[in-house]
Write a protein that binds this ligand. Structure first.
Ligand code: AMP
Ligand code: MN
Ligand code: MN
Length: 346
């Protein structure tokens, strides 16, 4: 055997053993009364909330009792989207304005860049240590300790890894949080990153004693009747542009604050719309442009594979994954869609 063959294969696992050790060491070094702040990205989705609360519950199980969980813009009291209002660990949520000014440790969930932390971004500097758990390929490697796995289907995959290394066994409450995160980011186990490892993790979570049917009903299949009517209006105005994106096609629609007001609905009800728009077979790229302010729009983009929409989103100041990405657009709907069209043609 040659010396070369005997050399250990370089460890390319992500996060690296050193990164896991740094994160576990940072937590283990803390006294149980340490101030621990957990933060997820603005407008939190199931992965952001589920990963954050799952780890928060795990830390509580380890005896930490000075725990705060929050997200940018969390008011007093913090309000999470209706489908997540039953999640275990919500009692740990605090208003963004009330968080520790200089926590002993900060754990950050599902944020690809520091800007996704909004006004809480300064805690990255004031915290004793900042541990970033994420799975975006576009992650900018902000913060001190990186638990970033672009191959993971959800941040909760990384969260489960951290809890296991801290010696926290899955209980039904932690499992519910991590399952919501995994199910949301994989589109209920339909998207491409639904690997054997994803199903194995789901199996571990279900074996911990949760009810996937009940969770899916609450998270995906329950919306107010007004939302059903609103979906009708928004889908009715969808536009198909078969020539866009170099000929692979674009389908898009938009929803305004007026639309929400007309049906008395909250912005969260617009999130599933992209799934109805993207079924249009004639377009590879789909997008929903959702008004969040006078001239400000939250844009959701999806691709069926021909286009890397994270490239488009990053070019327009946002981020995400190859097949699912987003950004904040400015101006009119027309301006926003024109900017997307231009990027798709680039
Ligand atoms: P969404 O369309 O909101 O489900 O988001 C799809 C993906 O794009 C997620 O991975 C988000 O993290 C990412 N994303 C959405 N909006 C933004 C934004 N304004 N900035 C950075 N990333 C975003
Ligand atoms: Mn997210
Ligand atoms: Mn995610």
């Amino acid at each position: 055997m040659t010396a070369l063959a005997e050399a250990p294969a370089p460890d390319t696992s992500v996060p690296s053993p050193d990164e896991w050790e740094a994160a576990v060491g940072a937590v283990r070094a803390l006294p149980q009364d340490a101030q621990v702040l957990l933060v997820c990205h603005v407008n939190p989705d199931g992965d952001a909330l589920g990963s954050m609360l799952g780890v928060a519950l795990g830390l509580r199980r380890l005896g930490f009792h000075n725990l705060q969980a929050t997200f940018p813009g969390a008011g007093s009291p913090p309000v999470v989207p209706e489908p997540f209002r039953w999640l275990p660990g919500l009692d740990l949520l605090v208003p963004a304005a009330a968080v520790f000014p200089a926590p002993d440790v900060l754990l950050c969930f599902d944020a690809a860049s520091a800007s996704r932390l909004g006004d809480l971004v300064d805690r990255l500097d004031t915290a004793g240590a900042a541990i970033v758990l994420d799975h975006h390929a576009s992650n900018t490697r902000f913060g001190g300790i990186h638990l970033v796995d672009p191959g993971a289907a959800a941040t909760s995959v990384v969260a489960e890894g951290l809890l296991a290394r801290l010696g926290v066994a899955l209980d039904p409450e932690i499992a519910e949080c991590l399952y919501v995160a995994l199910a949301t980011d994989t589109g209920s186990f339909r998207f491409d990153m639904t690997t054997p490892a994803v199903h194995e993790m789901a199996a571990r979570l279900i074996a911990a004693g949760i009810s996937p049917g009940e969770i899916s009903r609450r998270v995906f299949d329950t919306r107010p009747f007004g939302a059903v009517r609103l979906y009708g209006d928004v889908l009715q105005r969808a536009q198909l542009e078969p020539e866009a994106a170099g000929g692979v096609g674009l389908v898009w629609t938009y929803a305004t604050l007026d639309d929400l007001a007309r049906y008395g609905q909250q912005p969260y009800v617009l999130e599933p719309l992209i799934d109805s728009v993207r079924i249009a077979a004639e377009a590879d790229v789909s997008c929903v442009v959702k008004q969040v302010g006078e001239a400000e729009w939250a844009v959701s983009m999806r691709s069926k594979g021909a286009v890397d929409v994270s490239r488009v989103a990053v070019a327009l100041g946002g981020g995400g994954h190859r097949l699912a990405a987003g950004f904040t657009g400015r101006g009119s709907v027309g301006d926003v869609v024109a900017s997307i069209r231009a990027q798709l043609a680039a």
